[in-house]
Design a protein around this ligand. Structure first.
Ligand SMILES: C[S@@+](CC[C@H](N)C(=O)[O-])C[C@H]1O[C@@H](n2cnc3c(N)ncnc32)[C@H](O)[C@@H]1O
Length: 347
C-alpha cells in the first residue's frame, strides 16, 4: 500500500499513469488515515484543482495547529500553495478572521519561505545567448523590430516618449533566452512600444500567455506596444495590466498566478526594482528564470545583489541582461541576513 510520501512522489511526477495510480491510492488513504496532514494536503489540493469547493473546505477544516508544518510542506511540494491561497481568498478568507484566514496567511508565509535547491542543470547554453537572431526571427517581426529600433516608432502614432527600448544586442539575448527556455507563461514589467515583447514572442510559438505590466501604455505610449505586438500576430497572447508593478505583482500573486519567465525592465528606481525582484521571487516556480534589463544601472545592480546574497538567486550577465534563477536554498530568516553592497565594485 503506498504511503502518503509515495503518493506525493506519484502526484508530483507529472506522468499521467502515475498520477492516476496516485489518485486511486489517495482515495484509499482518505478512508484509512483521514487525519494525516499529508493526506489532508493532497485531498484538499485535488479538490481545489477539480473545483470541488465544499470538499476542499471540508479538508481544510480538519487541520489543527500541530499539523501546519507537514500540511504546508506537502502543499509546497505539490506546487499547490498559490492555488490553495487563491481559493481561500475567493472564498472570502480575508474577512473571516478565524482559522480559514489564518490558513490563507500561512499559505502566503509558506510561499515566502519556500526553500529549494535547483536540482536540474542550468537550463541555458550560455555560449548561444548572443547568437544573432538573423533568419531565426520571422521576417515580419524582424522588420517591425528593426523599424522600432531604428526610428523609435512602430505601427502606431508618434509617442511623447522617444527611445527607452532594449538595444538590439539585448533583444537578441531575450530572443535566445525564450528560444532555449520555451516558457509557457511570461511576465514582463515595462512594456513601452513592445520591442522586448516582440523579441520574446517571435522566438517560440509555444508561449501561451504574455502578461505585460505598464501604467503608461495609454498615456505615454499611445498603445503603441499593443499595436506593434498585435501587428506581429501575437495579440491573442497579450494581457496588458496598466498598473505600476508595485500594485500589479501582488495582485497576480494573490490571484494564484505564477510564471516560467519574468523579465523586468520598468522604472529602474531602486525601490521599484527591489519590489519587482521580491515579487518575482514569490511568483516563481522552482524552474522559473528571472531576467533584469539594464544590469549596468546601479539600482538594478543593488537589487540583484540583494537577491543573490539573501534569496539564493544566481546566474550570469549576457549583454546588459542579468539572467538568474533560484538555485540555493535560502530560508531568509532574520538571523541569516547577509549585508549586501549597493555599489558596484570599482574595476
Ligand atoms: C525602458 S522602458 C521598457 C522598454 C521595453 N521593455 C522595450 O524594450 O521595448 C520602461 C517602461 O517601464 C514603464 N514603467 C515605469 N514605471 C513603472 C512601474 N512602476 N511599473 C511598471 N512599469 C513601469 C514605463 O512606462 C516604460 O514603458
Amino acid at each position: 500500500m503506498p504511503t502518503a510520501s509515495d503518493i506525493l512522489a506519484m502526484m508530483a511526477s507529472g506522468n499521467p499513469e502515475q498520477v492516476r495510480a496516485g489518485k486511486r491510492a489517495l482515495a484509499e488513504l482518505e478512508r484509512t488515515s483521514p487525519d494525516d496532514p499529508m493526506v489532508i494536503a493532497h485531498s484538499c489540493h485535488l479538490a481545489v484543482c477539480e473545483d470541488r469547493s465544499d470538499d476542499a473546505m471540508r479538508w481544510l477544516a480538519k487541520i489543527d495547529a500541530s499539523q501546519v508544518d507537514p500540511f504546508f510542506h506537502t502543499l509546497s511540494v505539490l506546487g499547490g500553495l498559490r492555488r490553495v491561497a487563491s481559493f481561500l481568498r475567493r472564498a472570502g478568507a480575508e474577512r473571516d478572521g478565524g482559522t480559514i484566514a489564518a490558513l490563507l496567511g500561512l499559505c502566503h508565509q509558506s510561499i515566502y519561505q519556500r526553500d529549494w535547491t535547483a536540482t536540474e542543470p542550468w537550463p541555458l547554453d550560455n555560449s548561444r545567448l548572443s547568437r544573432p537572431v538573423g533568419d531565426h526571427m520571422p521576417r515580419a517581426s524582424h522588420d517591425l523590430a528593426r523599424r522600432i529600433s531604428e526610428t523609435g516608432q512602430g505601427m502606431g502614432d508618434a509617442t511623447p516618449i522617444a527611445g527607452g527600448e532594449v538595444p538590439w544586442a539585448d533583444g537578441t539575448v531575450l530572443f535566445n533566452l525564450v528560444a532555449q527556455l520555451r516558457p509557457r507563461r511570461i511576465l514582463e514589467i515595462g512594456f513601452a512600444k513592445g520591442l522586448s515583447t516582440l523579441f520574446m514572442l517571435s522566438a517560440w510559438d509555444g508561449v501561451e500567455s504574455h502578461t505585460v505590466v505598464d501604467p503608461l501604455q495609454w498615456s505615454a505610449y499611445r498603445f503603441n506596444g499593443v499595436k506593434n505586438v498585435t501587428a506581429a500576430g501575437h495579440g491573442d497572447k497579450l494581457r496588458l495590466i496598466q498598473l505600476p508593478s508595485s500594485l500589479a505583482m501582488p495582485t497576480l500573486l494573490a490571484d494564484g498566478e505564477s510564471f516560467d519567465l519574468i523579465f523586468i525592465d520598468g522604472s529602474h528606481c531602486f525601490e521599484h526594482t527591489i519590489l519587482e525582484a521580491l515579487y518575482a521571487d514569490l511568483l516563481a516556480e522552482w524552474h522559473t528564470v528571472v531576467a533584469f534589463h539594464d544590469y549596468h544601472m546601479e539600482p538594478v545592480f543593488a537589487a540583484i545583489e540583494f537577491m543573490r546574497l539573501n534569496r539564493g538567486w544566481a546566474g550570469l550577465v549576457a549583454a546588459d541582461v542579468a539572467i538568474l534563477r533560484r538555485d540555493r536554498a535560502k530560508p531568509n530568516l532574520q538571523n541569516d541576513y547577509v549585508p549586501f553592497s549597493t555599489a558596484r565594485p570599482k574595476t
